[in-house]
Design a protein around this ligand. Structure first.
Ligand code: PMP
Length: 363
């Protein structure tokens, strides 16, 4: 039986059943003293965007408290078997959630936690994983981990649900579980340094073969392949196109364009995209700003005539694209529509203005 997570506040003592009282005391003390202190971001200077940090190179703190197998563990001790279905076949789903630190308010805000929970549940169902955690449990676990790890700066949160049995081949049943870990974000989240991007070296898989709106580990093979290719060629990222020649999305973000009529357009679900939570937010904020914001297919030719192009995503935030395949987009610099949306977006996620209903305060 898994321990219940309903009680609050969630402390090591009521989450973790595998440590002795002395070990828990040491863990808590160590955490207060040195949570994340030795983490150094790896600065990627190999591409056009010298401020881009490769998230995969951020060092994880082996002592960080994570949620794993129904309780709290250290990051370094929360290990999946090499034979697990999730490890060998990518049969897991995950979320990328963000918590922004507001230094003036001394507050950490989790952005749209409920939307991330819903998307995780949808992806999990597709993998026949039934999440034991309710929406409230999900939020409580995240809030508890942020507190236990003493997070007082922007933090990326990675909840995931996975098929855990050691197995060759597949079964209809099998064990499943849920975990969460955190990662500090040590970069300027508001950076508007332009990205130089290329066309992906793979066509977007079709949705009837691989429905990419489910955020499933195995689906990311193509993003990883395409991103590596783009980096090797000296670009910051790549954009996928569908078989019909329409834009799909970038490797870990959605794409927006501002066309010659100053309309804000992003591809629809039928372009086989992840239905980004940031994408949804930007569509709404665009409308609130009186911009004609809509979902529509964008053909490669229209894309090349765009006045502005930018990416959105939880980790990426909002990132302007200044060139495609070496040719400038618009004036080759960050455009006015991007700047207006960017300001509004960061005012909101930092808890400085309206839409407080999207935020979960941690402290
Ligand atoms: N597309 C892909 C493939 C992604 O991995 C992400 C990041 N989750 C996004 C788009 C952006 O989605 P969101 O705004 O929900 O982070």
């Amino acid at each position: 039986m898994r321990p219940s997570l309903i009680s609050t506040p969630l402390l090591i003592s009521n989450l973790d059943f595998s440590y002795s009282r002395k070990q828990k005391h040491i863990l808590e003390r160590e955490f207060r003293d040195k949570a994340y202190h030795h983490i150094e971001p790896h600065l990627d200077t190999s591409s056009g965007n010298a401020s881009a940090i490769k998230p995969e190179r951020l060092k994880f703190n082996p002592n960080a408290i994570v949620y794993f197998e129904g309780g709290c563990k250290r990051y370094g001790e929360a290990n999946l078997s090499i034979g697990a279905e999730a490890v060998q076949y990518g049969n897991l789903c995950f979320e990328g959630v963000i918590a922004y630190w507001n230094e003036d308010q001394k507050q950490l805000y989790i952005f749209k936690a409920d939307d991330h929970y819903k998307r995780l549940v949808d992806s999990a169902k597709y993998l026949d994983i039934e999440l034991g955690e309710t929406q409230e449990d999900f939020k409580n676990i995240i809030v508890s981990l942020l507190k236990q790890n003493n997070r007082k700066s922007h933090t990326y949160i990675r909840p995931f649900a996975y098929r855990s049995d050691d197995i060759i081949g597949f079964t209809a049943n099998g064990s499943t579980d849920f975990g969460v870990y955190l990662m500090p974000i040590d970069r300027d989240v508001k950076s508007i340094k332009g990205l130089n991007v290329c066309k992906s070296n793979l066509v977007r898989a079709s949705a009837d073969a691989m429905p990419l709106w489910y955020k499933i580990g195995g689906h990311y093979y193509s993003s990883a392949h395409v991103k590596r290719d783009a980096l090797k060629k000296g670009f910051d990222d790549a954009i996928f196109f569908t078989h019909e020649g329409n834009i799909s999305e970038a490797t870990v973000s959605n794409v927006f364009i501002v066309n010659s009529k100053d309309e804000l357009i992003t591809p629809p679900k039928s372009a086989n995209i992840l239905m980004g939570i940031t994408r949804d937010t930007i569509l709404q904020l665009g409308k609130e700003l009186g911009i004609n914001a809509k979902e529509e297919h964008i053909h490669e030719s229209a894309f090349k005539d765009a006045k502005e192009v930018f990416f959105t995503g939880t980790y990426v935030g909002m990132a302007p694209v200044v060139s495609f395949e070496g040719k400038p987009i618009g004036k080759g610099s960050t455009g006015p529509v991007f700047k207006e949306l960017h300001k509004k977006y960061f005012d909101i996620v930092l808890g400085n203005t309206e839409h407080k209903e999207w935020l979960t305060p941690v402290y």
